[in-house]
Design a protein around this ligand. Structure first.
Ligand code: NAD
Length: 408
């Protein structure tokens, strides 16, 4: 029983103080509910937007070609175009022509805009396509990104942007040479609950954050083709840290608004042969100049968890789930206070992180505003991930104090 439940049942003066939020257009905040009333796992499931048809052509002008038609592309990203304001699905790149044609027919993509990996470079002559979105196994991101930049296209690339610092840097350099945007698919930066959490922390509502905990786990299945490449180092670059732990690595930076100066890490030994090439369970601790600590762990063999904790000097906050596609929640409590942020999608069905992420690229290109998820941001995470692996291998702290990633 949590301390809040205890204080409720004992009849003490629990104050359900829902933080008032100014200027949050489109973000319903808290309502009349408190955490005790709606445990996150009792929230009504949101339908995934598979069944939504694209809006009529002509309203949205920024064309993306999706590279790689796997699970995430087909189930999350492609359907999300239906709710975009500026972006539209304009092309497909796949090694499987039949699959690409089926998807093209369902989403009104002209067959002339279907490419294979062999003729991909011809995309440079296609004015329908402004950007490509790379949704391939991790180690395949860098080469195709370079080809896209050479073809004069902007690039959105899934996380982790690359499997080595060298590849990530190569992508940043190619973007600069081509003078085209490189954006990483950090969808949480577009999740309304995450955005409000960051605002609340920065505004001092929970006090100075001192300890962050991030847990990102899932039971990987190698029956599923999506699971198979994830345990092959040559394609994934690593195990649960590359795939899931990266959310915690990125989040500890945006929750603290600070980059770590040192890391220690440990990998739990596994006797399961599917983890012969990559780690299953890994845990790490980042140390920060401010004195804060961030403990993270990720796993491929435990039940799905996506939970962040933020221990502030005034309140302790929990996001659970923290990085879900929908239904993310935030609850801050301490003393007699409870504050709850609930998924605004219950009130505003048209708002989702995927469409907002897709629209961000045309928005920053039009406005000149800074990107929320740059290639440099992705490069910093790749560097931190490599430092975590090094710390685990060396069994001693490794410095991550290499200066400001924005100036690299
Ligand atoms: P997936 O296995 O479902 O899809 C991968 C696609 O790449 C498939 O269509 C496959 O045919 C194709 N492919 C091309 N060459 C391949 C090769 N040599 N080996 C294997 N597949 C090859 O994987 P996914 O879950 O869609 O993940 C793809 C990328 O998206 C990864 O970088 C992953 O980290 C990222 N992802 C991000 C999120 C998120 O929430 N941001 C969620 C899931 C996946």
């Amino acid at each position: 029983m949590s301390s809040n439940e205890q204080s409720n049942s004992s009849g003490s003066q629990t104050r359900r103080n829902i933080l008032k939020v100014a200027g949050t257009a489109g973000l319903a905040f808290g309502g009349r509910l408190a955490a005790q009333d709606i445990p996150p796992n009792h929230l009504a499931p949101r339908p995934a937007p598979q069944s939504i048809r694209p809006l009529p052509e002509g309203r949205r002008t920024f064309g993306y070609a999706i590279i790689g038609l796997g699970k995430y592309a087909v189930n999350q990203i492609i359907p999300a175009f239906a709710e975009c304001k500026h972006a539209r699905l304009a092309g497909l790149v796949s090694g499987d022509r039949q699959k690409a044609e089926r998807i093209a027919a369902a989403y009104d993509v002209p067959t002339k805009n279907i490419y294979s990996y062999d003729n991909f470079d011809d995309i440079k002559n296609n004015p329908d396509i402004d950007a490509v979105y790379i949704i391939l196994p991790n180690s395949l991101h860098a080469d195709i990104a370079e080809r896209a930049f050479k073809a004069g296209k902007h690039v959105m690339c899934e996380k982790p942007m690359a499997t080595s610092v060298e590849d990530a840097q190569r992508m940043v350099d190619a973007s600069r040479r081509a003078n085209k945007q490189l954006m990483i698919g950090y969808r949480c930066h577009f999740d309304p609950i995450t955005q409000r959490t960051i605002e609340l922390i920065r505004a001092g509502h929970i006090g100075k954050p001192r300890v962050i905990t991030t847990e990102n786990t899932d039971a990987l299945s190698v029956e599923d083709p999506s699971g198979q490449w994830r345990v092959r180092r040559a394609l994934s670059g690593g195990g649960s840290l590359m795939d899931l732990g990266i959310y915690g690595v990125n989040a500890s930076r945006y929750l603290l608004n600070e980059d770590p100066i040192e890391v220690t890490a440990v990998i739990a030994p596994s006797s399961n042969p599917i983890f012969s090439e990559v780690e299953d369970i890994i845990s790490w601790t980042f140390r920060y100049k401010s004195g804060a600590l961030a403990h993270g762990n990720s796993s491929f063999s435990t039940a799905a968890t996506s939970r962040f904790g933020i221990q502030g000097e005034k309140l302790t906050a929990v996001m659970d789930p923290a990085t879900g596609y929908y239904n993310n929640t935030f609850k801050a409590s301490g003393g007699d206070e409870v504050h709850v942020l609930q998924d605004p999608m219950f009130q505003i069905p048209a708002l989702n992180q995927f469409s907002a992420q897709l629209d961000h690229l045309p928005e920053i290109l039009a406005s000149g505003a800074p990107s929320k998820a740059t290639g440099l941001e992705g490069l910093q995470d790749v560097k931190l991930i490599q430092a975590i692996y090094r710390a685990a291998a060396l069994r001693r702290p490794v410095s991550t104090d290499w200066g400001d990633w924005r100036k690299i």
